[in-house]
Design a binder for this molecule. Structure first.
Ligand code: SAM
Ligand code: FES
Length: 359
C-alpha cells in the first residue's frame, strides 16, 4: 500500500512542478518503489502505465535502427563488440547501403532512423554528416545518431547537417563502477557530452544498464535520479547480460535471482520522468523471450525500435547473447512490431514523435 500511495504522490508532485527540478522523487522514495512486491508491484506497474498514458498518450513511435558498423576503438568491459574481442567479424556498411535502408525504413512507416555503431566506426565523422544531410534531403525521417563521445564541434557539425537526436548512455551513475568498466572514458566526459548535446538543441537520450556487477539498489535509484537531473528527452534502459567473450562474461547480473527488478526499474523510471520518451529495449526480449518488450510497453515504455540492420550483419552486432531477431529480415521485424503494438491495444505513432519537452 505504501508503494501505491507513494507512486501516486510522486506523480502528482512531478506533474505539478513547473520549472523547479528539485520537486522530483527522493532517493528513498525510488528505493521504496523498487522494493514493491506482490500486489504492490502490480499497482506500481498500473501506475507507471497510467502516467505513460496521461503524459505520452497511446501512440507507440516506431524508430528503425540500423547498426551500420561494429568497429569500435573502445574496450568497455561488458560489450560484445569491444575492440579486444578478436572473435568478432568486423563490418561497416557503405553510405549508399545505409541510405537504401533509410529509404526502406520510411517505406515501412517508421518515422525515425536510428544510426548506431561502435564508438569509432569505419565511416568518418565528416561522412556521417554528409549521410545525415542526404537522409534529411531524401526522406521525411527524423535522424537519431548513437556513435559515442565526440568533441563539441563534431556534434555542432552534425546538428548543422540536420541531426535531430543523439543517444549516449551514461551506463551507471556510480563513479567507481563506471571507471571499472570503461577504460577509455570517464563518467564526467560522458555527462559533459550530454550537456553539450542539450545546449546545441539536439534532442538528447541517455540511460543505463540494470544490474552491472557490483550495482546495488541505491545505485539503481541514483541512476534513475540522474536521468531526471539531466532532463533527458529520451531514456533507454535494459538489463546487463554477460557476453561470454568479454571480461565480464562470467559475472552474473547483480539481480540474477530477481529479474522482476528490471521492470520495477522501468516503472519507477517512468514515474520519475513522465515526459520522456522511453523505449522498450531489445535487452528486455533477450531476458524474457517473446514477451519482454510487450511487458515493457505496459509498464512505462512508449517507443519500439525494430532492427533494420541487413540480416547478413546482424550476427556480427551481438552486444550480448540471446539478442532477438538475428535471423529475421527488416520486413519481418517491422511487421512483427506493428502487430505487437496493435495487440496491446495501442496505436502506431504518426509523424516524427519528437521530444515532448520544448523544441
Ligand atoms: N557506441 C555507442 C555508444 O557507446 O553510445 C552505441 C553502441 S553501444 C554498443 C549501445 C549500448 O549497448 C550501450 O550503451 C550499452 O548500454 C549496451 N550494451 C553493451 N553491452 C551490453 C551487455 N552486455 N548487456 C546489455 N547491454 C549492453
Ligand atoms: Fe564500443 Fe561497445 S565497446 S560499442
Amino acid at each position: 500500500m505504501i508503494c501505491i500511495i507513494l507512486s501516486e504522490r510522486i506523480d502528482r508532485r512531478v506533474t505539478e512542478r513547473t520549472s523547479n527540478r528539485n520537486e522530483g522523487p527522493s532517493r528513498d522514495e525510488i528505493i521504496a518503489l523498487l522494493a514493491a512486491e506482490g500486489g504492490e508491484c502490480t499497482r506500481l506497474y498500473e501506475n507507471a502505465d497510467r502516467v505513460r498514458r496521461e503524459h505520452t498518450g497511446d501512440d507507440v513511435y516506431v524508430r528503425g535502427i540500423i547498426e551500420f558498423s561494429n568497429i569500435c576503438a573502445n574496450d568497455c568491459l561488458y560489450c560484445g563488440i569491444r575492440a579486444s574481442n578478436s572473435v568478432v567479424n568486423r563490418y561497416t556498411m557503405t553510405s549508399e547501403e545505409i541510405l537504401a535502408v533509410a529509404r526502406s525504413i520510411e517505406a515501412m512507416e517508421q518515422t525515425t532512423v536510428v544510426l548506431q555503431s561502435g564508438e569509432t566506426p569505419g565511416i568518418s565523422d565528416k561522412d556521417i554528416g554528409l549521410l545525415i544531410r542526404q537522409i534529411k534531403e531524401e526522406t521525411t525521417l527524423a535522424v537519431t545518431l548513437s556513435v559515442g563521445n565526440r568533441p563539441p564541434e563534431t556534434y555542432r557539425y552534425w546538428k548543422d547537417c540536420g541531426l535531430d537526436r543523439y543517444l549516449i548512455r551514461f551506463e551507471t551513475s556510480d563513479r567507481e563502477l563506471f571507471a571499472r568498466f570503461h577504460p577509455d572514458c570517464s563518467l564526467n566526459e560522458r555527462i559533459s557530452c550530454l550537456r553539450i548535446l542539450k545546449d546545441l538543441g539536439i534532442q538528447t537520450g541517455s540511460g543505463f544498464m540494470i544490474g552491472l556487477p557490483g550495482e546495488t539498489i541505491p545505485i539503481l535509484a541514483d541512476n534513475i535520479l540522474l536521468c531526471r537531473e539531466l532532463d533527458l528527452d529520451m531514456i533507454g534502459i535494459g538489463p546487463f547480460i554477460p557476453h561470454p567473450d568479454t571480461p565480464l562474461g562470467r559475472e552474473p547480473n547483480a539481480y540474477e535471482g530477481d529479474k522482476e527488478i528490471f521492470f520495477k526499474a522501468l516503472a519507477a523510471l517512468r514515474i520519475a520522468n513522465p515526459d520522456a520518451h522511453i523505449p522498450a529495449t531489445t535487452a528486455f526480449d533477450a531476458v524474457f523471450p517473446g514477451t519482454g518488450r510487450d511487458l515493457a510497453l505496459q509498464r512505462g515504455a512508449n517507443i519500439f525500435m525494430p532492427n533494420n540492420t541487413p540480416v547478413r550483419h546482424r550476427k556480427d552486432y551481438l552486444l550480448y547473447p540471446g539478442k532477438p531477431c538475428v535471423d529475421e529480415s527488416a520486413d519481418q521485424c517491422v511487421n512483427c512490431v506493428m502487430a505487437r503494438i496493435k495487440a496491446l491495444g495501442r496505436t502506431v505513432g504518426k509523424g516524427p514523435g519528437h521530444s515532448l519537452k520544448k523544441f
